[in-house]
Design a binder for this molecule. Structure first.
Ligand code: PGA
Length: 252
């Protein structure tokens, strides 16, 4: 059985004070919900403070990016070694990183490798743009993202994949449950080709893109979808709590 996972991606929102306040409101409400793994991915500057808030509880902490080198002259970058021991998860290859910061599959591959090396759990994001979707290239793009990002990387139970169609991110236009399920089934098949059937069966694959309390049931009600990577709605206490609750309900 795959333990469902709900990860909040706060993106570039909240200063330290606001982050502490937000997690202080969310934590007690989701803490008692079992059979779902709960993660908040905060901005780098808030990781330490939020980590203090989460101490001894079941809500886990993640970062939203990192560089692949362990240390050195890379002004402004955050290394895997800085994150290891500070948080458990790290989102890698998010489409906003691909678009705004020119991250390629090759760079993402290095980042995944570096994260796994220090025991971080990468949430690898894959997904097609609107133009690629309209051109019927979803399968080709997703296949390329998965195979190139994981190229020559040994199987690891720490890996999580999130299918996030770019056209659904922050647009309010989520995919449908069956649509996302179909692509995620394909992702699982690609992973089976890389690492074998049993690994693929145990791998958690999330959906992301305009997930809210109103549509989460449609996604977690699907056989292949193991949870969600939630952007905008993860900043709203009632929404995020509702998403976690409905996931627990659907996957029990
Ligand atoms: P969204 O973002 O939920 O605001 O669409 C999801 C994501 O980018 O991970």
């Amino acid at each position: 059985m795959r333990v469902p996972l709900i990860a909040g991606n706060w993106k570039m929102n909240t200063n330290v004070t606001e982050a502490v306040k937000l997690v202080g409101e969310i934590r007690p409400l989701i803490e008692p919900i079992s059979n779902v793994e709960k993660v908040v991915c905060t901005p780098f500057v808030s990781l330490t403070a939020v980590r203090e808030m989460l101490k001894g509880g079941s809500v886990k902490l993640g970062a939203q990016n990192m560089y692949f080198e362990e240390k050195g002259a890379y002004t402004g970058e955050v290394s895997p070694l800085m994150l290891s021991g500070l948080c458990e998860y790290v989102i890698l290859g998010h489409s906003e990183r691909r678009q705004c910061f020119n991250e390629t599959n090759e760079i993402i591959n290095k980042k995944i490798r570096a994260a796994l090396k220090v025991g971080l759990k990468p949430i690898l994001c894959v997904g097609e743009s609107l133009a690629q979707y309209e051109a019927g290239k979803t399968e080709a793009v997703v296949t390329d993202h998965v195979t190139s990002s994981l190229k020559d990387i040994p199987a690891s139970d720490n890996l999580v994949i999130a299918y996030e169609p770019v056209w659904a991110i922050g647009t309010g236009k989520a995919a449908t449950g069956p649509q996302a399920n179909k692509v995620i089934r394909l992702v699982r098949k690609i992973v089976a080709g890389l690492y074998g059937d049993s690994f693929a069966r145990n791998l958690r694959i999330l959906y992301g893109g305009s997930v809210t309390g109103d549509n989460i049931a449609e996604f977690v009600g699907q056989s292949e979808i193991d949870g969600a990577l939630v952007g905008g709605a993860s900043l709203k206490v009632d929404q995020f709590v509702s998403i976690v609750k409905q996931t627990a309900q659907a996957k029990k």
